[in-house]
Write a protein that binds this ligand. Sequence first.
Ligand code: AMP
Length: 306
Amino acid sequence: MGILVVGSVAFDSVETPFGVVENVLGGSATYFATSASYFADVSLVAVVGEDFPAEHISFLESRNIDLRGLTRSSGKTFSWKGKYGYDLNEAQTLETKLNVFETFKPTIPAEYADAEFLFLANIDPDLQMDVVRQVKNPRVIASDTMNYWISSKAESLKNVIGKVDILIINDAEARQLSQEPNLVKAARQILSLGVKTLIVKRGEYGVLMFTGSNIFAAPAYPLEKVFDPTGAGDTFAGGFMGYLANTGNLSDAGIRQAIIFGSVMASYNVEDFSLDRMRSLTYKEIEERYRSFKAMTYFEGLPESA
Ligand code: AMP
């Protein structure tokens, strides 16, 4: 089953304690689509400017991502500049230039309107809502957002959240959105907006999933080599949705496996800047790390009492 993603395709400039990169390939839809492409067919809807180079298009094509929904407008590509300290869990945004996104109105090509899996990556919630209106009858809608939109467009965002099945955000965003410091209470409040499943990403501490009745906790893979956490969230979402679309299994067990695949993809992505680790990543490596996750989190139950 195919996935449609709408989000940003960007130039990122990133500084971490381990290095600096300028105007490299980034964007929420770019990370998502590349990660999901290991598991399912992916179509991407976004906009870039005249300055977006052919080599980036070739890379996305090499991952078999359907780019018929990627428009090129006059003007400059969206760009984001961020910085991380030794606490790699928190990005400090230094600059956001919406550029061609300022006037972008996503038009979903007719061939994509029947998409069964829809991911609303991090973009303006009004654009996310435009997309929801255009996709006919998706089986699963998932979405992401960030502090930038929670502070500037909270009401629009809450309307989108009311329409989605799965919301994937980080812990700081969950607290900011709910105005509630306790994560469990924050989750309950966010679920009351109408979303069925909430996945809270906690950087190097892993992921928590909340539904009305269940909580599932997955650790992050303990890594020695972490260079750049940019895109970890979108890469997680790509592996997660990709696996769901691949199997079509939306049971609790299926969603738990998808969370581990998402965590595997994110763990690889942070090993290098931009999407560079995914340029060489193989499916065999993904399976190997999935198995390590299983071994790492296994423990025995208590003996039956006599
Ligand atoms: P994350 O997975 O949260 O680290 O997402 C990082 C990506 O989000 C970067 O590649 C940025 O280009 C993109 N990004 C940052 N700010 C925004 C924004 N306001 N709207 C859309 N995309 C953004």
